[in-house]
Design a protein around this ligand. Structure first.
Ligand code: ZN
Ligand code: FE
Length: 255
C-alpha cells in the first residue's frame, strides 16, 4: 500500500511532516520541531506515532523529541555522526542503511554540509525524500558545519534521485529563495513559472512543498552550479562547479 503523508507548520517557518503506512498503522514524524503541532497532526489524522526520523541535530528539528517519546514511546532514529547531540536516540543510521516504518522502507543518504552528519531519508518505493535542511524548494541550507564542496556533493546526490521524487524540506523559505535565484538567473523560464505558482500558493494559504527533483533541477540555482550560464552569471565561467556553488551560496548569505 502506498504511503500517506501529512504536512503541517511548526515554530516560525519550520515544517513538520508525518509519513504513515496504512497497512500496519505505523507512523513516523520526520524531525520534531516541537511536540504540540505534531500531536495535533496525529490527532487530525487519527494516526499513532511509532517513530521519529531525525535529519540533523539542530534544535528546531529536535525540540519536540523528548515530549513525544515520553507520550508515545516511539523509536528515535538519528544520524550516527550526530547521535550525541540528539536526545533519546534508540537507533543510529548511516549511508546505505535501511529504515523501516511498518512496511515502508527508507534508504539513508548522507547529505553533510548544513551540519556535518545531516542525513536524508529516501522512501524509494514511494518516491518521497525528506531532505531536512539540505535541499529547500529553490534553495539549500546554510553551510554551517561543512564546506561548500561537501554541500555541493550532497546536493548532487539528491539531484541524482529519480526526477519524480517528491521532496519535503524543513522550512518554508520558497518565496525568499525565488527572489534570490532570480538575481542569478533572471531569464530562467522554469524559475519564473515557479515564482508565479508559489506566489499563488502562499496567497491562498497553501504550502509550496513538496517539490520534485525535476522541478528543482530546472529552477533551483543551487542545483545548477554546473550550468555554464550560472557560472557566467557569477563571473566564474569555466571554474569548477563547487567553486560556483560556493559563490552562489555566499551571495545568498548576504542577500
Ligand atoms: Zn538546521
Ligand atoms: Fe532548520
Amino acid at each position: 500500500m502506498p504511503a500517506e503523508t501529512h504536512l503541517f507548520r511548526c515554530l516560525n517557518d519550520n515544517y513538520g511532516v508525518l509519513i504513515h503506512d496504512p497497512a500496519t498503522g505505523a507512523t513516523a514524524a520526520i524531525d520534531a520541531p516541537e511536540s504540540a503541532p505534531v500531536e495535533a497532526a496525529l490527532k487530525a489524522k487519527g494516526w499513532k506515532l511509532t517513530d521519529i526520523l531525525v535529519t540533523h541535530h539542530h534544535g528546531d528539528h529536535t525540540g519536540g523529541i523528548a515530549d513525544l517519546k515520553q507520550r508515545h514511546g516511539c523509536r528515535v532514529v538519528a544520524p550516527q555522526a550526530e547521535a550525541g547531540k540528539i536526545p533519546l536516540v534508540d537507533e543510529t543510521v548511516r549511508e546505505g542503511d535501511t529504515v523501516r516504518v511498518g512496511n515502508l522502507s527508507a534508504n539513508v543518504i548522507e547529505t553533510p554540509g548544513h551540519t556535518s552528519g545531516h542525513i536524508t531519508f529516501w522512501f524509494h518505493g514511494d518516491k518521497i525524500a525528506f531532505a531536512g535542511d539540505t535541499l529547500f524548494s529553490i534553495g539549500c541550507g546554510r553551510v554551517i558545519e561543512g564546506t561548500p564542496e561537501m554541500m555541493w556533493d550532497s546536493l548532487r546526490k539528491l539531484r541524482d534521485l529519480p526526477g519524480d521524487t517528491r521532496v519535503y524540506c524543513g522550512h518554508e523559505y520558497t518565496l525568499a529563495n525565488i527572489k534570490f535565484a532570480q538575481t542569478i538567473e533572471p531569464d530562467n523560464k522554469a524559475l519564473a513559472a515557479r515564482a508565479a505558482e508559489a506566489a499563488k500558493q502562499i496567497a491562498a494559504g497553501q504550502f509550496t512543498i513538496p517539490t520534485t527533483i525535476d522541478e528543482e533541477k530546472a529552477a533551483n540555482v543551487f542545483l545548477r552550479a554546473d550550468v555554464p550560464a550560472v557560472a557566467a552569471a557569477v563571473g566564474l565561467s569555466g571554474k569548477p562547479a563547487a567553486q560556483v556553488f560556493a559563490e552562489v551560496r555566499a551571495r545568498k548569505n548576504k542577500f
